[in-house]
Design a protein around this ligand. Structure first.
Ligand code: 5GP
Ligand code: MN
Length: 316
């Protein structure tokens, strides 16, 4: 299937991604947006997303992203990328009233409830999957860079086990377009501000191991975020750092989002299915990377997560 075949006759098209958009989400929505603007110059095409982190300002036309919508507008097609429609945040109503809905995603927890569903959990990233839905001849340097950003962010720059031979082939095709791929990796993935580095250091310093040192957890409170003058966008990468510790099968990182409310990130080396753990608490994701929002004190949350993780260890 090619995405363009599903858009025949569409005059208005909206593209959206998940709340707290990550690199795959931003790269995918912008890659598709740039592609469709070229392919369907007569159509009205809009992108709806929470404001992405500044590191993504290098993506062409990123400022076209709309963070609010007019209630009067109804789109012929809404394309939800890298998420189940429920996680489109403020834009769920736009999705619901669209004439036709399309969902392109690689999350194993996504069961596909749209009119057209392209859900392939073996794909490294939604961006990789989108590449397959595009006509390679119609891709240009700017589109290629957006897709490349999506792929590197969800594979940890080709490090995670979701990287397949096909992922590498696609990346190879993409870098032929000539954008500075090394700079893109450095500027959007590896580089951290001093404050981001400091809070990561603090989170690692205060982490604790438990369950025979197979699990590790760290928590960042609102007060700590205020002290370091950081927002949730500055906490990316902390959970991966925790998971890198030798001997760890499962890493948990949570930060306070409100009174007795925490955003939880889970990572594993494959011995724990963290997608299943997150799903118990209303979240989802992949076997090795998942997340959810939990209510309660962080001690309660760690206890509740531990019960689910211990259950999986028992079944080993
Ligand atoms: P992160 O920990 O980086 O926020 O997310 C890891 C993975 O889990 C991503 O693929 C992300 O989309 C997914 N994820 C994180 N939080 C949630 C959530 O609350 N619900 C669902 N369905 N997926 C989530
Ligand atoms: Mn993704």
């Amino acid at each position: 299937m090619k995405i363009i075949d599903e858009l025949q006759g569409a005059e208005t098209i909206a593209i959206g991604g998940h709340v707290r958009p990550d690199g795959d989400c931003v790269g995918s929505v912008m890659g598709l947006y740039l592609y469709l603007c070229k392919e369907l110059p007569e159509a009205k095409i809009d992108v709806y997303l929470e404001k992405p982190a500044e590191i993504f300002d290098c993506i062409s036309r990123i400022k076209d992203i709309k963070t609010e919508f007019n209630n009067k507008i109804t789109y012929d097609v809404f394309i939800a990328l890298d998420t189940v429609p429920e996680r489109l945040g403020d834009f769920v109503p736009l999705y619901e009233k669209a004439g036709k809905t399309i969902n392109v995603d690689h999350h194993v927890s996504n069961t596909g409830s749209s009119d057209v569903n392209v859900i392939e959990p073996q794909r490294s990233s939604t961006a990789e999957l989108l590449y397959e839905l595009m006509d390679a001849e119609k891709i240009d340097e700017q589109i290629a860079m957006a897709i490349y950003i999506g792929i590197i962010h969800d594979t940890g720059v080709f490090r995670y086990s979701n990287t397949s031979p096909r992922t590498m082939q696609i990346a190879s095709e993409l870098i032929k377009f000539g954008f500075d791929h090394s700079k893109v990796c450095e500027d959007t993935f590896f580089e951290k501000t001093y404050l981001q580095t400091q809070i990561m250091g603090r989170a690692v310093l205060e982490s604790m191991r438990f369950m025979q040192d197979r699990c590790i957890v760290s928590v960042v409170s609102r007060r700590m975020m205020e002290f370091y003058q950081v927002t949730s966008k500055d906490l990316d990468g902390i959970v991966n750092q925790l998971q890198s510790v030798k001997g760890i099968d499962c890493a948990i990182f949570m930060y306070e989002t409100g009174t007795l409310e925490y955003k939880v990130s889970l990572r594993s080396n494959g011995r724990v299915d963290v997608s299943a753990v997150a799903a118990k608490f209303g979240g989802g994701g992949h076997v090795r990377a998942a997340g959810c929002t939990m209510n309660g004190t962080y001690h309660d949350n760690i206890n509740n997560l531990s019960i689910e993780i211990a259950e999986q260890f028992r079944n080993e």
